[in-house]
Design a protein around this ligand. Structure first.
Ligand code: SF4
Length: 443
């Protein structure tokens, strides 16, 4: 009987892609995926330390496996991702969670098969975490993709920016760019598999520069030339590094989707400075103007942190103001919560919870009403959508994305299997705050 694995993934698309790579490693060892983490032979928890209450949630999840191990001493529990990059977390795992067999870091993924084999052979607890590997080790990575027709492709690893609230540079090390030729070869190899859409991933894609001197704009142009690829997306941009050359790609690269995620974080220059973001509101607004003049129908989403230490009413009003000026299509809004080991966690002027929540609610109201208003513009029009799956709520509804990354739930008289992996035309019949509804009108 084949051995089974399951991976529990928290966090961002970087983590999702790491999990795809880990799945690939396990499958090359002969493991098969199973849906239930409690019934697997090996379960991997791929953690995130960015979200609020990450510690509590993570240790809570670990606790749930105590009984599984007690009933089955052969069960293997592995932990990876951003949490174990923090020494205090590993110490706590070692002290309180003896049933965690393997712990490995964000830069040790390729070692996982060896760690697992060693654990199975010797029964020893295995730990392998490095802080800042200057090399990129991608040997043997053959990801098992979550989506058949779209693929996540790393272009950089790590981050050099040290925003004062962020743990990522400490958990993922310094930035390293993969060579353009390696990225393009990977993407070319995905096409025969049915991939038509790629998401180029990096903590700050705009600072991409490989050893040959290729920039992010060069990379987009090269991917645009790959036959079989129909859509190119990327995530995440940093306003301080976005170049005119990159913005021009929206004009010159027809496969580049008209969509950008451009985190603003705050509308206050004072707070942006404390966050170490290296741009101010006028520079940010100038970038938005440039994007819209090159690509008038571009959709823009953002990240905003509310209640950063020292944020006063005036600062917050400036955030509301920039949100209204830009009129984002969507936003991820967060209440600031300190991450141990980051500079902002030591700032003395932390904002009381009640103030944070009041500001957060006001911001969400503004963002949602803008999203709703913007989505009304789609009603009655026809858009190209690439279907991604069946709606979770209704088996007769297909979900997909427009070029501008709008989520569309639509019906069709064709079978979903017939529509997957190709662009279909959808008439939008209803616009909601977070999604659109429609009917397929392709021939
Ligand atoms: S750019 Fe800033 S927020 Fe983004 S990963 Fe790097 S340090 Fe974190």
């Amino acid at each position: 009987m084949s051995r089974k694995y399951n991976i529990i993934t928290y966090g961002c698309q970087m983590n999702e892609h790491d999990s795809e790579n880990i799945a690939g490693l396990l499958e090359s060892m002969g493991y098969e995926h199973c849906d239930d983490p409690y019934k697997a032979d090996v379960t991997v928890i791929n953690t995130c330390s960015v979200r609020e209450n990450a510690d509590k949630r993570f240790f809570g999840t670990l606790g749930q496996f105590k009984k599984i191990r007690k009933n089955d001493p052969n069960f293997v529990l592995a932990v990876c991702g951003c949490m174990p990059q923090q020494p205090r977390v590993v110490e706590e795992i070692n002290k309180r969670f003896s049933w965690v067999d393997i712990v490995f870091g964000t830069q040790n993924i390729s070692e996982f098969p060896d760690l697992l084999e060693e654990r199975l052979r010797t029964g020893r607890r295995m730990r392998s975490i490095i802080d800042n590997n200057p090399d990129i080790n991608e040997d043997d990575m053959k990801p098992v993709r979550m989506h058949r027709h779209k693929a996540l492709v790393n272009i950089t690893y790590g981050c050099n920016n040290f925003c004062t609230y962020c743990i990522v540079p400490y958990t993922r090390g310094r930035e390293k760019s993969r060579p353009l030729s390696v990225i393009c070869n990977e993407i070319k190899s995905l096409v025969p598999d049915g991939v038509i859409e790629v998401m180029l991933l990096g903590q700050n894609v705009d600072s991409y520069r490989d050893m040959a001197g290729n920039s992010f704009a060069d990379l987009i142009r090269a991917v645009n030339d790959i036959d079989g690829i129909e859509r190119i997306r990327f995530m995440t941009s940093h306003p301080k590094d976005i170049s005119d050359d990159m913005i021009e790609c929206f004009n010159t690269c027809p496969k580049l989707c008209h969509n950008i995620h451009l985190p603003v974080q705050s509308g206050s220059d004072r707070i942006l400075k404390r966050m170490n973001r290296h741009y101010d509101r006028s520079q940010y607004l100038a970038i938005v103007d440039k994007l819209r003049s090159v690509c008038p129908d571009i959709t823009i989403s953002t990240d905003i942190i509310v209640g950063f230490p020292g944020e006063n009413d005036e600062d917050f009003e400036e955030t509301l103001d920039i949100a209204k000026k830009v009129r984002y299509d969507s936003a991820f809004t967060f209440i600031y919560s300190p991450r141990e080991g980051t500079p902002a966690a030591k700032f003395e002027d932390q904002i009381p919870d009640s103030v944070c929540h009041e500001r957060f609610d006001r911001l969400v109201d503004v963002m949602n009403s803008i999203s709703y208003e913007k989505n009304q513009e789609y009603k009655g029009k026809i858009y190209e959508v690439i279907p991604e799956g069946i709606s979770e709520k209704d088996a007769h509804t297909i979900s997909g994305r427009t070029d501008g990354f709008k989520l569309v739930n639509f019906t069709s008289d064709k079978s979903p299997e017939k529509l997957m992996g190709r662009k279909v035309k959808v008439m939008i019949t209803e616009s909601k705050t977070f999604s659109l509804e429609g009917v397929e009108v392709s021939d």
